[in-house]
Ligand binder design. Structure first.
Ligand code: AR6
Length: 176
């Protein structure tokens, strides 16, 4: 099975995903916010922020694990994407770190299916074309090295974001 067969692009609300873990695009405090972070905390309920308070925050480009509480997903992996400035201030490496660290934490905890939002592509201002290439390439490379991951879904909120991901995925498949 090709690693690309494990990667699915879907449009929708990530809080509804029935996977082992959904990934949250959080901030360094891990104490909640707007966007997908706010939606995940609302759907999970107040026990989620209570567990997050015990974690001591998270560095940009790193990730931390909690339970999923009221979500269908059993776990949430909270990662912190970079704020996009020029694209030359280490943003690509930090964004790749979010995807790689989330998968490493999943593997270490027996999590086999995950759903990612478009990390940093909302409030943090990362251009979707660039971000989608980094997301897909990093996940493909990490999954090649770790065949124990069964499925990675990229859950895009809007149709423009989905179209950008579809284009980047075709490019990646053609480049092998
Ligand atoms: N399901 C899937 N994707 C969603 C959902 C949803 N329910 N809601 C929004 N998106 P953002 P960031 C998309 O701003 O840029 C928070 O306040 C959205 O359309 O949520 O990493 C945190 O606390 C966009 O494409 O995250 C941080 O302070 C993508 O999710 C800050 O925002 C990410 O947008 C993080 O900013």
């Amino acid at each position: 099975m090709s690693v690309f067969d494990k990667m699915k692009l879907v449009q929708g609300d990530i809080t509804k995903e029935d996977v082992d873990a959904i990934v949250n695009a959080a901030n360094n405090s891990l104490l909640g916010g707007g966007g997908v972070d706010g939606a995940i905390h609302r759907a999970a309920g107040p026990d989620l922020v209570a567990e997050c308070r015990t974690l001591g925050g998270c560095e940009t480009g790193d990730a931390k694990l909690t339970r999923g509480y009221g979500l269908k997903a059993g776990h949430v992996i909270h990662t912190v994407g970079p704020v996009y400035k020029t694209g030359k201030s280490g943003e690509p490496e930090k964004l790749a770190g979010c995807y790689r660290r989330s998968l490493e934490i999943a593997i270490a905890n027996g999590i086999k299916s995950l759903a990612f939002p478009a990390i940093s592509c909302g409030v943090y201002g990362y251009p979707i074309q660039e971000a989608s290439r980094i997301a897909l390439r990093t996940v493909a490379d990490t999954c090649k090295a770790h065949p124990e991951i069964d499925e990675v879904r990229f859950v895009l909120f809007g149709d423009k974001d989905l179209a950008a991901y579809q284009e980047a995925f075709e490019e990646l498949k053609q480049s092998g």
